[in-house]
Design a binder for this molecule. Structure first.
Ligand code: GLP
Length: 248
């Protein structure tokens, strides 16, 4: 694992965007795995700037998102479809047909999950998967206890995750109970992983991910098994590490 510690959220975002942009320039038809949440938002803003000011070209890029709430239509403001279009896709020149996000309103969810896996395979696999991390160590919506070999499927959200996300909804009972998520195994198939974390709230999850034993109870720990995983975190998220890590 490559651990990159940067001063703060902004520095993490700039470095993350640099890594993504470098891949897009080197391989214009690359397959990018995107995540939602606060962690990648700064990267998206920087990528939009690079598109506008430096002509960073996404026209041949294919994208796959990690997850989506079950029961929310794409136009719902809290859906991950909406998040991705508002915060990234509508501001860059990615082709609509090249964007893939699980569909939370699919009639046949199981069939949809199999189809989603097939689409990733057809696209040639994911070159770089961006990942956030939940305070409980989840990745995408693979909650503690998720099989480390799992594929795209429906998952029940833990109470902790629902509470963490409740701030975005009007009330707790509007927070979805289920999500479609790429599995841990799906994520591990990506050629490169870029995990992001900022702030003290993520410090314990990061400590467990880097220094803890690999365990399904902390799904993020599986990145220890990946050949090309980069953890790009800020000093606050690194503050519980016991190793002698140094920021740059
Ligand atoms: C949600 C998402 C995850 C994300 C996590 C952390 O649960 N499904 O993919 O990593 O939130 O979000 P944030 O980056 O806002 O802390």
């Amino acid at each position: 694992m490559l651990l990159m510690i940067r001063k703060d959220y902004d520095a993490v975002s700039k470095e993350g965007a640099r890594i993504v942009a470098e891949l897009v320039r080197r391989k214009p038809d690359c397959v990018l795995g995107f995540a939602t949440g606060n962690s990648p938002l700064g990267i998206y803003q920087e990528l939009i700037r690079m598109h506008r000011e430096d002509g960073l070209d996404f026209s041949k890029v294919t994208t796959f998102n990690l997850d989506e709430y079950v029961g929310l239509p794409p136009e719902h403001e809290q859906s991950y479809h909406y998040f991705m279009w508002e915060n990234l896709f509508k501001h860059i020149n990615v082709g609509q047909r090249h964007v893939n996000i699980p569909h939370g309103m699919a009639d046949d969810i199981e069939g949809h999950c199999v189809w989603y896996e097939e689409q990733i395979e057809k696209a040639g696999g994911i070159d770089l998967q961006i990942l956030g991390i939940g305070e409980n160590g989840h990745i995408a919506f693979n909650e503690p206890g998720s099989s480390l070999g799992s594929r795209t499927r429906i998952k029940t959200l833990t109470e902790k995750t629902r509470q963490d996300n409740a701030r975005l909804f009007d009330s707790m009972d509007q927070v979805p109970k289920y999500a479609i998520t790429m599995g841990v195994g799906t994520i591990m198939d990506a050629r490169k992983l870029l995990m992001l974390a900022s702030g003290k709230g993520k410090a314990d999850a990061i400590k467990n991910t880097i220094e803890g034993p690999i365990s399904a109870m902390v799904p993020a720990t599986i990145v220890q098994m990946h050949q090309h995983a980069t953890l790009l975190i800020d000093e606050a998220a690194a503050s519980s590490l016991s190793g002698e890590w140094e920021g740059e």
